[in-house]
Design a protein around this ligand. Structure first.
Ligand code: PEP
Ligand code: MG
Length: 321
């Protein structure tokens, strides 16, 4: 909570269930991003429903966490698939990955959805679909989800009552049609890792262009602001779970944007919380207002750097960022 009582929920990003104790220990309120594709990695056989379920049972309703956000698997792109060899793609980041893959391989998708639904009886669960680029994809994902849910209910399976459905906002087209997407879901979670890659046209794993990978690019900040404003106007929660959420130098900007939840690598939580607790919403909004007037990344970076050094000299030493 900020000094003027603005509360931000803090999530932990995890790839393996073994990281859950670390998320609790470092002060996460819940799991804001469980990257379930890691269940598929490093194994000979595809995981079956029981394999999935065992993982989800370890994260939903566990002591010390108020909620768990399970992202359906995001394979393809820079994340390989263990069994079926994906056809070679020249531009895998623009290829058959994440929700696109799931909507093509529905049987595989349903295995995961069944397990997620079965785990929902244990506690507060949020399901999140990655790489949604337009309304058809979310409608189709929800249709399949409802189909699986009805099949389970028909068999008498007990399910959680208030499963929230959300999408990652990480493709620029999703920002453009966010108003329509907001009507379909309970929450947005901004995936800045991909959003930056796609909006700035920079391959996130290509070292030759990392110098251009810039969270403080005015285009990125404007898109994020647009998503938060549209989400809030529609009455839904807006989270951020990209790496940007765990960078303390950006925390005041993100507070000023009024994100409802920041989800990050558990190790980043204490530093981000320290900034939140030492700032006010009022001053963060004033800082953001100034930031939004700049036209270049370098102006934003030097302004924010100077402000953070002034306010938090211990955390941002003069010779640091
Ligand atoms: C993102 O794109 O910001 C994100 C959180 O997802 P991933 O890094 O797993 O693509
Ligand atoms: Mg992503």
């Amino acid at each position: 909570m900020t000094k003027d009582h603005y509360r931000v929920e803090i999530g932990g990003n995890i790839e393996f269930i073994e990281e859950i104790p670390s998320a609790v220990l470092h002060g996460a309120d819940g799991i804001g991003l469980y990257r379930t594709e890691f269940i598929y990695i490093n194994r000979e056989q595809l995981p079956d429903e029981e394999d999935h379920l065992a993982h989800y049972r370890s994260v939903v309703g566990v002591k010390g966490l108020s909620w768990a956000t399970i992202r359906t698997f995001d394979l393809g792109g820079d994340k390989f698939f263990p069994d079926k060899k994906p056809s070679r793609e020249l531009n895998p980041q623009l290829g058959l990955r994440a929700i696109r893959f799931c909507l093509k391989e529905v049987a595989l998708f349903k295995v995961q959805l069944r397990a997620i639904l079965r785990a929902s009886v244990q506690g507060k669960l949020r399901i999140m679909f990655p790489m949604i680029s337009g309304i058809e994809e979310i409608r189709e994902a929800k249709r399949i989800f409802t189909e699986v849910k009805n099949e389970l209910l028909a068999k008498g399976t007990e399910l959680g009552k208030d499963i929230e459905i959300g999408i990652m906002i990480e493709v620029p087209s999703a920002v453009i049609v966010a108003e329509e997407l907001a009507k379909e879901v309970d929450f947005f979670s901004i995936g800045t890792n991909d959003l930056i890659q796609y909006v700035l046209a920079i391959d996130r794993i290509n070292e030759r262009v990392t110098y251009l990978y810039e969270p403080l690019h005015p285009a990125v900040l404007r898109l994020i602001k647009q998503v938060v404003d549209i989400g809030h106007k529609a009455g839904i929660r807006v989270a951020m779970c990209g790496e940007m959420a765990g960078e303390p130098a950006y925390t005041m900007i993100l507070l000023g944007l009024e994100l409802d939840e920041l989800s990050m690598n558990p190790l980043a939580i204490p530093r981000v919380k320290k900034i939140i607790r030492g700032a006010t919403l009022k001053e963060s909004k004033a800082l953001l207002k100034k930031v939004m007037t700049f036209s270049s990344t370098s102006e934003i970076r030097s302004f924010v750097g100077a402000e953070m050094r002034k306010r938090f000299p211990e955390d941002f030493p003069a010779n640091g960022q």
